[in-house]
Design a protein around this ligand. Structure first.
Ligand SMILES: Cc1cc2nc3c(=O)[nH]c(=O)nc-3n(C[C@H](O)[C@H](O)[C@H](O)COP(=O)(O)OP(=O)(O)OC[C@H]3O[C@@H](n4cnc5c(N)ncnc54)[C@H](O)[C@@H]3O)c2cc1C
Length: 320
């Protein structure tokens, strides 16, 4: 679906007349769109700015989200966008927010296209960047046969010859978890194991400590792992934990605090440490699923509306 900045403004010619909104949502995927629907239904003039790069765009199908189980991620997002933009109170531009200034009540956001938009409140629903190991074949397989989450993909690859590429902290837990979906399991530590292999005896997992040279695949479907010595291990699926970091630098630049895991810190009202700036979805949690992101967006939308209502009656909530 082609989006551009003018066509998708459901205010008609609102865009161009005034670029001032009550709320700007940066990130228009599952969390941002859900927040947009809640705010739109609460009669808040809302703008969603979306770069169009949801983290699951590499996966052919999305699972474990009831009513949409097994659908392509883009199909779910397209339907969501259609439903959200049916509300005359919500507009969406396909652009990237690159600059942020102002303060609670008068924020200003500038985009790559050079547009400047103003709003009383901001919501970041900007997701995470998945840092993958620099191994040939990795990017091609990511989301297809190299995956991060057994709850999203484990059922489809159950009982297949499966690898886990991991070492150090959490490795034992991850092996124990994945053992639930397959008994044909090989752990690739990509170097000397940084844990006690005896802890994995009960899992009956093969441990390969040799460095991994390449992932062998056909069009993203794994066929094996090539090791530094030239030996090959046949597997058809691989789990790993990507290195997660914020996809959008703007919240940190604005002073929003991160948790020890690099997520945006939010209080019980979904507000970050900066008053008037809220966050929802993957950018706030390592528990990454479409259902959590949509739920979080709905909640953040309600929290922002509540703050605007309270401010109307003279009560202000401050971030902390
Ligand atoms: C490979 C993969 C497969 C997955 N499979 C499943 C699955 O099967 N089932 C499931 O439940 N979950 C799955 N997940 C998790 C799920 O995709 C995420 O939890 C969900 O997408 C999070 O939604 P979000 O809206 O928080 O962030 P995202 O969907 O990542 O969207 C963030 C949006 O913000 C935009 N953005 C970022 N910065 C800016 C900016 N500066 N300006 C404008 N826009 C910006 C991005 O372009 C993007 O559109 C998968 C994740 C991955 C990585």
């Amino acid at each position: 679906m082609q989006l551009n900045s003018v066509k998708w403004c459901s205010y008609g010619n609102y865009h161009g007349m005034s670029n001032s909104y009550e709320v700007i949502i940066i990130g228009g995927s599952y969390a941002g769109l859900s927040a947009g629907m809640t705010l739109g239904r609460a009669l808040r003039r809302t703008l969603i700015i979306d770069g169009g790069e949801p983290c699951n765009r590499y996966a052919p199908a999305s699972h474990n989200f009831i009513t949409h189980d097994g659908e392509a991620p883009g199909t779910i997002a397209d339907a969501a966008r259609r439903q959200v933009l049916a509300y005359a109170t919500v507009a969406l531009v396909r652009d990237r927010a690159v600059e942020l200034s102002g303060e609670d009540g008068k924020f200003s956001v500038t985009t790559t296209a050079g547009e400047r938009y103003g709003a009383k409140k901001l919501l970041f629903a900007t997701g995470l960047h998945d840092g993958l190991p620099d191994i040939p074949g990795m990017q091609e397989c990511w989301g297809k046969s190299v995956v991060h989450c057994p709850y999203c993909h484990g059922y489809e690859i159950r009982e297949q010859p499966t690898g886990i590429l991991m070492n150090g902290e959490h490795t034992v837990n991850m092996v124990q978890l994945i053992r639930n979906w397959t008994s044909d399991l090989t752990l690739f530590t990509n170097g000397p194991a940084a844990f006690d292999p005896a802890d994995l005896e009960a899992c009956e997992v093969r441990i390969v400590q040799e460095p991994v040279r390449e992932l062998l695949h056909e069009g993203g479907q794994l066929t094996g792992v090539a090791l530094a010595s030239g030996t090959q291990e046949a597997i058809t699926a691989l789990y790993l934990h990507p290195e997660l970091r914020q996809k959008c630098p703007l919240p940190e630049e604005a002073g929003c605090e991160l948790t020890e895991h690099g997520m945006l810190h939010v209080d019980e009202f979904d507000m970050t440490s900066v008053t008037g700036i809220y966050a929802a979805g993957d950018c706030t949690t390592r528990m990454r699923t479409v259902s959590f992101a949509t739920g979080a967006g709905t909640r953040a939308g309600a929290m922002i509306n509540h703050a605007l209502v309270m401010e109307h009656f003279g009560v202000k909530h401050v971030g902390g």
